[in-house]
Write a protein that binds this ligand. Sequence first.
Ligand code: FE2
Length: 415
Amino acid sequence: MKIQRTFLHTAAVFICLLLVSCNSHGQTPLPTRTPQPQRVQTDRSPRVGGECEEGYCELMYFGMPKEIRSEDTSPGWDEKGQKLIVTGTVFKIDGRTPAPNVIIYYHQTDNDGYYSPRNDKPENQTRHGHIRGWIKTDENGKYTIKTNRPGPYPGREDPAHIHLMVKEPEIANEYWLDDLVFDDDKRLIPFRKKHPASAPRGGSGTLFPLIKGDLQIAEHDIILGLNIPNYPKKQESGHRSGLSIGDGQPSFGPYHAYGPDKGSEACPVCRYGRFQGVLYFVGNKPDWSEVRSWIAFLEQESVKRGKFLKVYFVYGDTKGYSPERRRTQLEELGAQLNVRNTALTFVPSFADTGSKANLNKIDPNVENTFVIFRQRRIVDKYIALKPTAENFRLISAALDRTKGEFFDLPEPAHD
Ligand SMILES: [Fe+2]
């Protein structure tokens, strides 16, 4: 059976190749947007990642070298267009444990937006085009791809993107991840308005490129199994509060009772999303002695890390809610603790849609939820932590571990 299946796969690849080759005339604007499930298999357990468009995922293996390094330079690196380095860590589903020996395959359009073939190798003449390659994560889960920025499909509204697929050592089949897109791409926001991003596969695919000389560098971590159908391992159960590590940090507008943006409803992630942020949520079970200890600690971290860290206390107790009382209460707290950097904010409840606080999916009945984000993406999360010296060290270490390697580099100009 196995041989037969392998033969059928090989045959499928060749037929696909033949069809593509017949249609190819120099440059091929084949719009391989994120593939969608198309067929249902009945002869075995559900495929991890769901089904993949016929012949699409198999192309990952076409021309794949036996030896794969953790760094790869694509043919695009030496072609026209902006040079780009995508680098990061691949984590297991807990979002914290690095995953070694994972193969990531990428393919993208050229600078003109075409999956253009190259005639030197058959694998470069498929609908994946010639700018494609593989990395295998090193012992620390790290990888680096050196390429050029893809062009958007000509005449279409899709943002420029890079397709990713992953093959884990312990999972039988490959599965596709969210496309990598670019924060500074003017097509992105209009496209997202029509096609909102939800449940990103492997984590948010939005890149935030920074400039280093003639290069752009974007850090991108991948969380294996995150939002992947039929994935064999699940995230730890227990307290469920907040979004997952790897999800995008949503925009929302809590009222700032105290701190740098006092009197406003400044959106934490919009205003300071480029660096690191801590959102410290407390709902219906405030223990004010503990809240004070946490705010005092987080304020110290914020002072120590300067512009690279912004801290927000977000209070969402529904009991006896009154905006005036809340404001006074947090003003008094800020003054007593001599807070300078930390924003003390509140929302009517964590289910509130007016402020969009609901998007954070915080359970109001856990003592606290700490969300650490970087470049608008959740990079760590803790629930129900007591303000002990050990937990302060835990948060400090998490901030060190998840801070950007390239924070000091400037961003490209964009709206
Ligand atoms: Fe595509």
